[in-house]
Design a protein around this ligand. Structure first.
Ligand SMILES: Cc1cc2nc3c(=O)[nH]c(=O)nc-3n(C[C@H](O)[C@H](O)[C@H](O)COP(=O)(O)O)c2cc1C
Length: 206
């Protein structure tokens, strides 16, 4: 049994989060979710999802959004300001964490160890404990500030996985494109999944 943290910060790209969350909830693992205030705003704008401050309501809303009736393992949601949550401690046995999508702001704070919220602190813990940390930025263009911050995170052991879907599998829908990114996130987290289709060569494996 593994423990995965999925954080949602205020960047565009929550359809990727939805697919990742769905796959995690269909597994027997323990899933921990944290949403930043700006992440809530993006969920509202992009998906029409309204998360209120009651964590039990957020639970139901996230399950409905990810089209999962009941998690096969477990789902726990933490307030993004609750730095006393278990995932804020290196003693808690988290397997890995993904921030999907990851805003430039959150990247900057993680890169510089500014752990003033639960997302940044949980990411900080993954870096110091040498646990898998997958950061999924969605920004364009990217400034030197972003590049330097992403370099710092990479040097500290994190993985920068830009939300840039591939087209070589000839996607037929937005969902196909989303899956090329979601599959890579899950695989790099060490989570077995069928979304990631390996490239087998031209005209093979389609
Ligand atoms: C609808 C919407 C889309 C946004 N898209 C992005 C984005 O793609 N990338 C980004 O870095 N910031 C984006 N932002 C700005 C961030 O949400 C903002 O910088 C925020 O302070 C980040 O907070 P957080 O890192 O705590 O989640 C967006 C904001 C909104 C409301």
């Amino acid at each position: 049994m593994s423990i995965y943290t999925l954080a949602i910060s205020g960047s565009s790209g929550v359809p990727y989060t939805r697919r990742v969350l769905q796959q995690l909830l269909l597994s027997e693992h323990e899933i921990k979710v944290v949403v930043s205030d700006a992440g809530r705003k993006v969920l509202e704008v992009e998906e029409g999802i309204l998360l209120d401050n009651k964590l039990e309501n957020t639970y139901d809303t996230l399950l409905a959004w990810s089209e999962v009736n009941k998690p096969k393992g477990s789902l726990e949601i933490y307030n993004s300001k609750d730095v006393s949550a278990p995932i804020a401690s290196g003693s808690y046995p988290v397997t890995g964490m993904a921030i999907v999508p990851c805003s430039g702001g959150t990247i900057g704070r993680v890169a510089n160890g500014i752990s003033n919220g639960l997302i940044e602190r949980a990411a900080d813990v993954c870096l110091k404990e040498r646990k898998r940390l997958i950061i999924v930025p969605r920004e364009m263009p990217i400034s030197l500030v972003h590049l330097k911050n992403m370099t710092s995170i990479t040097e500290a052991g994190g993985i920068i996985l830009p939300a840039s879907p591939g087209f070589y599998h000839k996607p037929k829908s937005i969902s196909d494109l989303v899956d090329t990114v979601a599959g890579r996130i899950l695989s790099l987290l060490g989570f077995e999944n069928k979304l990631l289709k390996p490239w087998l060569g031209v005209n093979k494996g389609e």
